[in-house]
Design a protein around this ligand. Structure first.
Ligand SMILES: [Fe+2]
Length: 202
């Protein structure tokens, strides 16, 4: 059985900037297919404005790359981790991401527990990934990403786009890949946006 720390899967934030994208970026231009989930790796300087890049460097969280994800309208993404479970049952891969959502305003991100180690294979982007069947998972937590949100990516998770609009997720990944979700959360402490209260209101 996989053991994950429970009850803390995401942290909502409020930053001293409104827009993270460079002026000429058109999110819709990056994906040829709009009928299936997509993932692209984008250089920070190609998409993110320098003010935002400098901000993260100044708080000792320099940015490494962008996981840019496309989600079609009215579709669910398979349950996965942003890495894989190795032969010893240990997780290998990205521990967290800082997500900014564009487009669809009706969507949820969900985290699950599972007694299964899932199935590991190489995906269409050439990455080793572990995935789970819905039937093998128990829903632990869900939230709608409205404000920028630090999310755990080492726990089985997926996204459901409930609207008829496309969903774009710009997920910033940090240079220091050994930082855990808790490490990053500590460094973002003063920008945490009363996440507990937002959950009560929902
Ligand atoms: Fe993911």
């Amino acid at each position: 059985m996989l053991h994950f720390q429970k009850n803390d899967y995401f942290t909502k934030l409020r930053f001293p900037f409104d827009n993270i994208l460079k002026k000429d970026v058109v999110l819709d231009d990056y994906f040829d297919r709009h009928d299936t989930w997509g993932l692209k790796f984008i250089n920070i300087d190609d998409m993110i404005n320098h003010e935002v890049k400098d901000f993260f460097s100044s708080i000792d969280l320099p940015l490494r790359t962008i996981y840019f994800m496309y989600g079609p309208a009215n579709e669910s993404l398979i349950i996965h981790v942003d890495g894989y479970i190795d032969e010893n049952g240990s997780y290998q891969g990205m521990l967290c991401g800082l997500n900014f959502i564009f487009g669809s305003t009706s969507h949820v991100m969900r985290w699950y527990s599972s007694k299964s180690y899932g199935e590991t294979s190489v995906n269409k982007e050439g990455l080793k990934r572990t995935k789970w069947n819905v039937a093998d998972c128990v829903l632990e937590k869900e939230t709608t990403l409205v404000t920028p949100t630090l999310v755990r990516t080492d726990v089985p998770h997926n996204v459901i786009n409930l609207s008829d609009q496309k969903r774009f997720c710009v997920s910033l990944r940090f240079s220091n890949q050994s930082l855990t979700y808790e490490d990053v959360k500590d460094r973002l402490g003063r920008w945490i946006f009363w996440s507990k209260y937002i959950d009560i209101i929902r």
